[in-house]
Design a protein around this ligand. Sequence first.
Ligand code: 3HC
Length: 724
Amino acid sequence: MAAVKVELEVGNDGVAIITMCNPPVNALAIPIFKGLKEKFDEATRRNDVKAIVLTGKGGRFSAGFDISIMQQVHQTGNATILPDVSVDLIVNKIEDCKKPVVAAIEGLALGGGLELAMGSHARISAPRTLLGLPELTLGVIPGSGGTQRLPRLLGLSKAVEMMLTSKSIMSEEGKRLGLVDAIVPPEELLKVSRLWAVDIAERRKPWIRSLHRTDKLASLSEAREALKLARQQVKKTAPHMPQHQACLDVIEHGIVYGGYSGILREAELFEKLVLSDTTKCLVHVFFAQRAVSKVPNVTDIGLKPRNIKKAAVIGGGLMGSGIATALLLSNIRVILKEVNSEYLQRGIKFIEANVRGLVTKGKLKKDGADRTLSLLKGTLDYSEFTDVDIVIEAVIENVSLKQNIFKDLENICPPHCILATNTSTIDLNIIGEKTSSQDRIVGAHFFSPAHIMPLLEIVRTRKTSTQVVLDLMTVGKIIKKVPVVVGNCTGFAVNRTFFPYSQGAHLLANLGVDIFRIDRVISNFGLPMGPFQLQDLAGYGVAQAVGKEFASAFPDRTFKSPLVELLVKSGRNGKANGKGYYIYEKGSKPKPDLSVIPIIEDSIRICNIMPSGKPISVTDQDILEMILFPVVNEACRVLDDDIVVRSSDLDIASILGMSFPSHRGGIVFWADLLGANYVYTRLKKWSELYGNFYKPSRYLEERAMKGIPLSSPVSSIPRSNARL
Ligand SMILES: C[C@H](O)CC(=O)SCCNC(=O)CCNC(=O)[C@H](O)C(C)(C)COP(=O)(O)OP(=O)(O)OC[C@H]1O[C@@H](n2cnc3c(N)ncnc32)[C@H](O)[C@@H]1OP(=O)(O)O
């Protein structure tokens, strides 16, 4: 492992080059801060140094504060391990240094990295360098002066926009806006920076301390007005994120009381926010998202992914056309196969609409769209399949149809070709039963709409080859998905974990709880919509088909509600035919359709589970937990059955596949914050009142009894039947 260190080298020109070395991104770990303080002290002291250049090794300036330090704070509860960077290093040793400091930036300067650069007296950058303050995505605010210096360098409105959206800009834009002083080719970066530093020392260039600048700040009243508008905006866009309001408060504080006071206030709030649950969750998500790409015995054994140049998609329905769109947008040639020309034309139209839609949204240029669509070829037979590298089957969920398709594919496709299915529930072993190619059969489970939703569940059986898993992971990354490798079972990881979600909502509805209240509670928690609105969106056919699969796979814990069948009988099919739980009118939010209430009352009568025939009385917290704790319970079974590599994979899958709020950390992490024992006790009580649907799983019970977090590796407890 390369040493984490800071180097100092003094040239004949009297310039000290201070270099941060912590590959791959020069994260600001404790030894880097320590090293920076020492080297700045040394450079300030030495008589042979007249100016300083600060840079990062390996073509990347710095990705900011080492986020694992925040993780340590969360694990220990001890915030005193956070180093004093803002005042002790950046103000005292860099900005107030007796010798000029120039930041030589390449690759990226993010978070604390950009804050170091802004504390310097000038910034010279290589082209196409990323500059940004993404701290809010981690639940904190910039904590090393960013909230004060960025507005002073860029002006208030652009700085506020950059911080609230956490979006980086390129150095070219930075130069235009005044964040960067010059852009030079990478090979000249150090040379120009040294000269610039000497020029400042010899007063040929201005010696500017960003914190002291006020020329770009608006007047107090204008600033207050702009910040008030921003506050109203974030109330709507980030209602669960305390860091957004805190960021605006600190900026305002600095404008009213001066930059240095702003820096002190910023440090106080940063320390407070680091300890918040939001930060715990978002920091967990940061590392969990990176962990999913590490699959033991797949990504760590030196295998190289094969090149995927040509793909085929079977089925041009919504899923198939979405998958084809995702492949095409990443420059992969696609053959789309359908059973007749009417369906084929419809599929091609879907794809064209997806691609043209991106042009309308300004995400793709017209000629880019034309190029993308030229990679698509429709077909009604298998003649184009003889040289494809991957086939993704996306036909309806019919076992014998899929079995026959895979039998054909085995005979027609080249032997190296990956045979993938987009089934959302059917066992892969059954799909491949009529072939002897089980080693190249794999699940490629996309989420609808497939060209937009980021999750790709890669389902492997015991027989799927490692090479095929690695290849599909690589395709997933190429098409900008987050691949999560899971095992084979009904519903795989995501749909299986979440099957109790709508069942729990239906159980409550049949216990007399208002469905619109249920939806409100769930969206207030942070999901984009409640379970009934989601059902409207997906269509009731999906709910019925999926419900049957789970009822037969897990009959012991399935709640069967008559409601969906009653709705269908009364001519409703959700948003698709404009008749659901809600009324859908163009241009306005869905409104509760009160004419659905008599149908719900019918369901309650048939179901007959209300104690003493009366609706149960519940708090909003009860509603939330009665819907989400059964999901946690199933997540426990998924962990127990080894369906995921690690519990944090299920967190990422729940966030990216089911839109579980990332600021809650994912389904397992959220449950652990509440405590296994709390979840267990609540479920146990409801199982006594309302039956097996709530019965705690063995995994949950054991962990609750022994005080072990749900996320602790399975090896800490004796295992049952693994089902990969
Ligand atoms: C006080 C301050 O105001 C507070 C802060 O500075 S908070 C930190 C702010 N900075 C950030 O949020 C940037 C976070 N990093 C990123 O966005 C991306 O990693 C990146 C754009 C820098 C690079 O992306 P990419 O090239 O895709 O590589 P990526 O896989 O993400 O990262 C490479 C490795 O560096 C690690 N890493 C990246 N940034 C890190 C950071 N700031 N701290 C610790 N580790 C970091 C990743 O965990 C990963 O480790 P791994 O190989 O062991 O999984």
